[in-house]
Design a protein around this ligand. Structure first.
Ligand code: GLP
Length: 223
């Protein structure tokens, strides 16, 4: 699978412009959204698009920590409010949580499915919180976070013991059902896992590698 190399600014601009064009063409677009440092540039670009009408656009976030209140400053809901939802009024935004967990995939299907899915990648090859070993047909569920992920994400918390050990995650199945996927890896620390995932064997041990089987997935790398 081809990895496209470009500057972070250009990648974010390209993806944000494609989202805008899609929304202009069909305002009832469904977006799959990611958290983490990687997509922030895309959200910054979207927030500048004052003339685009997102009022009919629905969003589904990939994941959320178990046990953090939505107002906690490390919850993904807080992150999305800060970087996107406080600036853009979408029709509705959704996060997986304990109440909707078993309906989340159906909710996505009932809105017509995800048109554009944004993905980052974890240093262990996870996408959303689908950790190594996640089944390719997995549904939205609660997962135990790997030691690697807890370590990586501890940079956002005061103490590693504060990092939640579980998360709600959209499953591989809904991610793979998206019409279009953009995966972005930013930073040299992601280069090795990205190449392994995109150029190596397809294996559930590297969940992102399953994207090689998606018919419309674009992969970007910027240093
Ligand atoms: C987190 C999220 C993922 C994200 C990844 C990379 O654990 N669950 O959805 O893609 O880690 O994060 P970052 O972009 O900060 O490197």
């Amino acid at each position: 699978m081809r990895i496209k190399r470009n500057t972070y600014q250009k990648v974010c601009h390209l993806i944000a412009s494609n989202i805008r064009d899609k929304v202009k063409h069909n305002s009832h677009v469904v977006l799959g959204l990611a958290t983490g440092s990687t997509p922030i540039g895309i959200y910054e670009q979207l927030c500048k698009m004052k003339h685009t009408n997102f009022r009919d656009t629905t969003t589904f976030n990939l994941d959320e920590y178990v046990g953090l209140d939505k107002n906690h400053n490390q919850s993904y809901q807080y992150f999305m409010n800060k970087h996107l939802f406080n600036s853009i009024n979408f029709k509705k935004h959704h996060f997986p949580n304990k109440d909707n967990l078993n309906q989340y995939d159906l909710m996505i299907t009932n809105t017509g499915g995800i048109d554009i899915q944004i993905l980052g990648i974890g240093t262990n090859g996870h996408i959303a919180f689908n950790e190594p070993g996640s089944h390719r047909h997995s549904s939205t569920r609660i997962v135990d976070l790997s030691e690697n992920t807890i370590n990586d994400n501890s940079r956002f918390f005061e103490n590693i013991n504060d990092v939640p050990t579980q998360a709600y995650t959209m499953g591989m199945s809904s991610i793979m059902s998206a019409d279009k996927i953009y995966l972005i890896a930013m930073g040299r620390h992601k280069k090795e896992i990205l190449e392994e995932a995109m150029l190596g064997d397809v294996t559930e041990e590297i969940p992102a590698s399953i994207l090689q089987e998606h018919p419309n997935c674009e992969v970007f790398y910027s240093e």
